[in-house]
Design a protein around this ligand. Structure first.
Ligand code: SAH
Length: 454
């Protein structure tokens, strides 16, 4: 094996991309990961560090560049991971996302030739995010908003976040200037001092309504009235300003203490013709237009009948179940965040939907409860977080014998793992459709159909 020393330079070909967008280089079989290097590029690589199984390198010189390279990207977007695929043209991003799913199904589920559909593009490829969670820190003594450099907590000041709705960027920059003017202190996570930790902004795509959440280390908010007046005068679309107090020292953005500082504690958006109230702690897909495409595909895969009982598991504020409720007999939803369940119940009411029942709890537990209550779903829609489905959930879902499982996944690795279990227990994977909810980033989203084998 070659001996590598820091700062050694090698002339190498980039052969692949990791799922997080780093270029892959191999020297005598030993892999290096290189930021901002694309497949087919030949580079002079400088060794940064090496470990037992892999190392990290840096581009010293590009000898050739990929025809798919986007050259006018601000490199801070790569450094921070705001847009870790921003240097790759959009068509290639879509292909790469599909390829990842194909490879995971082949590796994990031994489905080498599964016909994964072409990735459906996002209607907007920049300026699409309806939510921003922006850290506030002091840089050289000045309060700044921006994003952390990857794998670190060094703040890179950013004003144009590229993939966020520009109205959100405007609110963040205005709030930053206001905090400076009012002499409010940025949070210092090393010393656990200071006040303002994060500014979180949500903007409803269809209505333009805005919610601002100030995440603070302490309750007492110096000059709060000045801040509220200035913000709401400048941005009449602000319907809600919240304060969340997070006294912990970990990485979680929100603490448990919420207060309304101004207006309501929710904003309203519209998806697929239904209105949704969204509260601060509730999950809501960040790319609304692309999520509408995702839900439409999920509903198509479900092939609903008017007599169907449908379970909407991991239901959030009810967006999937309520989108399909009018086509079926009854929808049962389950979600672990109580505020989101309150939103879902209210959203059923607001849309005059009377055949949807939402329960607070863990999907794996509530699924078993429903089973013992004799609820017999025909279709189960699941939309779990990255860790995928719990084994207990899969067992109950299989035991109840639903005709179809529609699986929405934001993590193709856990999806492939769960497909293996469903197939062992009598279901077959029929369709996989990637939908790009996160342009310019490495995140992959898909919807799949599993059917009971007769
Ligand atoms: N279907 C919704 C939400 C999907 S996000 C939508 O499309 O908007 C996943 C949701 O699962 C989140 O709301 C999260 O709070 C919830 N969740 C996480 N773990 C859970 C569990 N064990 N049981 C039920 N819900 C869970």
């Amino acid at each position: 094996m070659t001996n590598f020393n820091k700062n050694d330079i090698f002339e190498v070909d980039v052969i692949d991309l990791t799922h997080e967008g780093a270029g892959v280089v191999k020297i005598d079989g030993y892999p290096f990961f290189v930021e901002n290097a694309l497949p087919s590029e030949r580079i002079k690589m400088r060794v940064l560090k090496t470990g037992k199984k892999f190392g990290f390198g840096k581009v010293d010189t590009y000898l050739t560049t990929s025809p798919h390279r986007v050259t006018d990207i601000n490199l801070d977007y790569l450094r921070t991971g705001i847009a870790d695929f921003g240097h790759l043209d959009y068509g290639e991003q879509l292909k790469f996302k599909r390829k990842q799913i194909v490879e995971l199904l082949s590796k994990t589920a031994r489905k080498a030739d599964f016909p994964v559909a072409e990735t459906i593009p996002s209607p907007d490829v920049t300026k699409y995010r309806n939510k921003a969670s922006i850290p506030v820190r002091a840089v050289n003594g000045v309060l700044e908003t921006g994003f952390f450099r990857k794998h670190s907590h060094a703040l890179v000041p950013v004003e144009d976040f590229f993939i966020q709705q520009p109205e959100i960027d405007e609110v963040v920059v205005f709030a930053r200037d206001l905090l400076r003017k009012c002499g409010l202190k940025a949070y210092n996570e090393v010393e656990n001092t200071g006040f303002m930790r994060n500014i979180v902004v949500r903007r409803a795509h269809a209505t333009g309504e805005i919610m601002v959440i100030f995440v603070t280390r302490k309750v007492a908010f110096f000059k709060v009235d000045n801040v509220l007046n200035a913000l709401t005068t400048q941005f009449p679309a602000i319907k809600s300003i919240m304060q969340n107090v997070n006294t912990t020292t970990g990485n979680a953005i929100f603490g448990s203490d919420w207060q309304v500082l101004y207006g309501q504690d929710f904003i309203t958006d519209v998806m697929l013709g239904h209105k949704y109230e969204i509260s601060a702690p509730s999950f809501y897909q960040v790319n609304t237009k692309a999520a509408e495409i995702l839900y439409t595909k999920a509903i198509e895969f479900a092939d609903l009948q008017p007599s169907d009982i449908v379970i909407d598991a991991y239901s959030g504020i009810g967006t999937i179940g309520l989108s399909l409720a009018q086509q079926v007999a009854h929808v049962y939803g389950v979600e672990v965040v109580a505020t989101a369940v309150e939103n879902a119940r209210r959203n059923a009411e607001v849309n005059a939907i009377t055949n949807a029942t939402y329960v607070t709890g863990k999907a794996e537990t509530v699924m078993a409860d429903w089973l013992s209550e004799g609820i017999k779903p025909d279709v189960i829609v699941v939309d779990p977080p990255r860790k995928g489905l719990d084994e207990a959930f899969i067992k109950s879902a299989v035991h109840v014998g639903a005709r179809s499982i529609v699986y929405i996944s934001c993590n193709a690795a856990t999806f492939a793992r769960d497909v293996v279990r469903f197939e062992e227990l009598g279901y077959a994977l029929e369709k996989v459709q990637p939908v790009d909810l996160f342009p310019q980033t490495h995140h992959v989203e898909l919807v799949a159909l599993l059917q009971r084998v007769k």
